[in-house]
Design a protein around this ligand. Structure first.
Ligand SMILES: NC(=O)c1ccc[n+]([C@@H]2O[C@H](COP(=O)([O-])OP(=O)(O)OC[C@H]3O[C@@H](n4cnc5c(N)ncnc54)[C@H](OP(=O)(O)O)[C@@H]3O)[C@@H](O)[C@H]2O)c1
Length: 248
């Protein structure tokens, strides 16, 4: 089986490593991308095609894993070039997911990476008519779970989880910034661990480090959350909007 990636960063490289080890062929394109992306492609021995169009034309499953702000335009442009399955793994709102699905049609699968990609507990939620077909990725080492045959179900769960996890990350970053200025960082960690448990120390440090490292992507993901929340009444959107300042 050949899997093609539109975008080759942390998600694509982590998944590719597992796929290749389990006998899958992987293709992508570094054309127009950064040196970092080129190095990841070369480092894993992934076939580097001339363009995303060629990638779309030369795979059985096409996966979009680039950046939330461009996911809709990339999905619309490349998602229906060939008659293969198109899986979107970007952290985008259910509304953005639907926009891609409306153009791609029945071959579109809504995907959601739950928990940090590559971590032991990480699982890919899938929804859409062809979700069962793509569940064969399980045979290639990826942990997948079919949620339903409806586009949007996987991304709804993903965005609800994202509201919670980003809120916790933003709160941690702000609290520890104050503690840093008071020279009380370690004392705060010890104090919180009393009620939050032993794992809190390592999990909060990892959350803060990861949020700072990927702040641009997190910032874009908060925009997707805000877009999603517009559909609901009695929701404190200003509270969510304020999280953007943390990831700026
Ligand atoms: N990392 C995670 O654990 C995780 C979990 C769940 C969901 N996601 C979602 O998965 C997607 C990818 O995340 P990632 O962590 O792999 O990001 P990443 O490490 O930043 O990699 C993004 C890749 O997409 C490329 N790209 C960026 N803008 C592009 C554009 N306009 N056109 C074409 N390619 C473009 C980048 O190329 P350049 O190097 O040239 O910028 C890079 O190859 C994001 O939408 C994210 O929200 C990530």
């Amino acid at each position: 089986m050949i899997v093609g990636f539109l975008g080759f960063g942390e998600v694509a490289s982590t998944l590719s490593e597992i796929l290749i080890e389990d006998g899958c062929e992987v293709v992508s394109s570094s054309n127009g991308r950064s040196l970092k992306t080129l190095k990841l492609i070369k480092g894993l021995g992934v076939k580097d095609l001339n363009s995303f169009k060629e990638v779309a034309e030369n795979c059985d499953i096409l996966i979009s894993a680039n950046t939330p702000s461009k996911a809709v335009s990339i999905g619309k442009k490349y998602g229906s070039i060939a008659d293969n399955i198109f899986l979107d793994l970007n952290n985008i709102s259910p509304k953005s997911t639907k926009k891609i699905g409306d153009v791609v049609g029945e071959n579109f699968v809504d995907g959601a990476i739950i928990s940090k990609v590559g971590s032991d507990e990480s699982v890919i939620f899938l929804s859409g008519e062809k979700a069962e077909e793509i569940a064969i990725l399980d045979h290639f080492g990826l942990s997948v779970k079919v949620i339903s045959d409806k586009i949007g179900d996987a991304s709804k769960l993903k965005i609800l989880r994202s509201i919670y996890t980003k809120g916790v990350s933003a709160l941690l970053i702000e609290t520890f910034e104050i503690a840093k200025q008071l020279n009380l960082e370690e004392d705060l960690l010890n104090t919180l661990a009393i009620s939050e448990g032993d794992k809190f120390r390592s999990s909060s440090k990892s959350r803060i480090k990861n949020s700072i490292k990927h702040s641009r992507r997190k910032y874009e993901e908060v925009d997707e959350i805000i877009d999603f929340l517009k559909e609901f009444e009695n929701v404190n959107v200003e509270f969510i909007e304020s999280m953007k300042n943390t990831f700026k």
